[in-house]
Design a protein around this ligand. Sequence first.
Ligand code: BES
Ligand code: MN
Ligand code: ZN
Length: 529
Amino acid sequence: MSASAKSSNPAHATPAELVRRREPVQIGLRQAAQLGKADLLVLGVYADGSLPNAAQPFDAALDGRLRELAKQADLPPKIGETLLLYYASGDTARRVLLLRLGPRKEFDGKAYLKALESAARAVASSSTRSIDIPLLDVVDDDAEHTTAWRVQQASRVLCDGYYKFAAPLFASKGISKDAAAVPQLSLLIEEPITPELEYAARSGRAIAEGMALTKDLGNLPGNVCNPGYLAEAAKALGQEFGFPVEVLEREDMAKLGMESALAVGKASAEPCRFIVMKYFGSEAEQPPIVLIGKGVTFDTGGVSLKPGDDLDMMKYDMCGAASVFGALKMVARLALPLNVVGIVGAVENMPGGRATRPGDVVRSMSGQTIEILNTDAEGRLVLCDALTYAERFQPACVIDIATLTGACVIALGSQTSGLFANDDALAEELLQCGTDTGDRAWRLPLWEEYQEQLKSNFADMSNLGGRPAGAVTAACFLSRFAKGYRWAHLDIAGTASVGGDRKGATGRPVPLLSEFLLKRAEHTAPAPR
Ligand code: BES
Ligand code: MN
Ligand code: ZN
């Protein structure tokens, strides 16, 4: 073990503790006709005062008094607002959390996800330990929003609502101490519980578990989560689930010719790592899906130093890498019959005496040379060598995920990830996964006309495309290294974290990636039960 393998900061979890962490909540399914005695009943209320179908048995058992209660209560009119009531008579529930849903006819998939998010917040901040949640009805029910979809999304959003950045506490308190107090959530469903629905609940939970790892890694400070920490986390993940993990050190990277990636980490006291996680869950010799994550554990900008405002947010510059960890944990937890390779270029971008200078020229692993005009455009320098490395897997497709450009934040804000692809079918598939999970992306062009902004007098290309269309020229740069396979690039600079007083990682785009992987697994083999 290297010095960085042990968490050198005793206030924080070790990589292995982080990777082994489970969701602090249990979620199950129950047929609505079986009334229970939970501490809390979460009751959706549509604008006309009607209740979800799955809440009818409760209401009937109480002679319609739940509906009366919902009508009389001072539930705020805004959709998503909640009101906690103490319900004295009857013994089916001691507390009722009313949840404002808006008009039944307009309650679509998007509204469903939003309502669940508010419910999740309210439920998780309550101190109740057993919670019944009659599944909400959605208008376009049987088309896209099947019961399985509703169950999976509810399971994911509710589990995710319980996420807390507990990493600093592990070291002193241990991870499993409060296992006894784990809240039990039950989703109540009208129809009989099938294995398909059970699997939907389980997969939703696995996605939330993946998101939690992604958030934990993102939220850890840069002095803890450095390239060595990411490498140890990868090894721990491989150990936990039994898949091989390879960590290339600086010398190995140099031998492969990864001068571009190495140029970024040159001035850091913490040496670069190149991490390769190989989950081979398909028995068939299926070409793997390769996920590549930008793992810049802190981005100062290097010699092209960033201004000081909000510089702390640059600890989130490894969120692409963190989402690869999260997606792989989901895949491994569900033992999906898929082959997935996760690649992370882990580096710290620092200024210093050994740092790369603006104007330096390096040769990438692909052989193409790069004039580094701005050391703050470092993500692409790391990713390009990872894209070249990915060729050896003869992948079915490659998706890179990166907090790549401020320009993408300007273009799409914090609501939407930027999507680029050299393959229309892959782009459509990913966009659909974003829509289905509310973790949306929007496609931007990779047209030839933009490539000329990368011209250099001293190398095959520069790493800087200028201010116009900054997200596009960054993607254009990457496209030059991704010619050998179907490829998509997700720019998550705006979506991976939020600042301000809710500062934290969001876990995005793990829902989108998970949906993609789950769908691919479904199409290659029957879903495991
Ligand atoms: N990590 C940043 C991008 C970023 C900005 C992520 C804001 C999250 C929030 C990236 O390495 C970067 O610095 N990009 C530069 C590129 C420019 C120098 C061409 C940028 O966006 O300004
Ligand atoms: Mn940068
Ligand atoms: Zn960066």
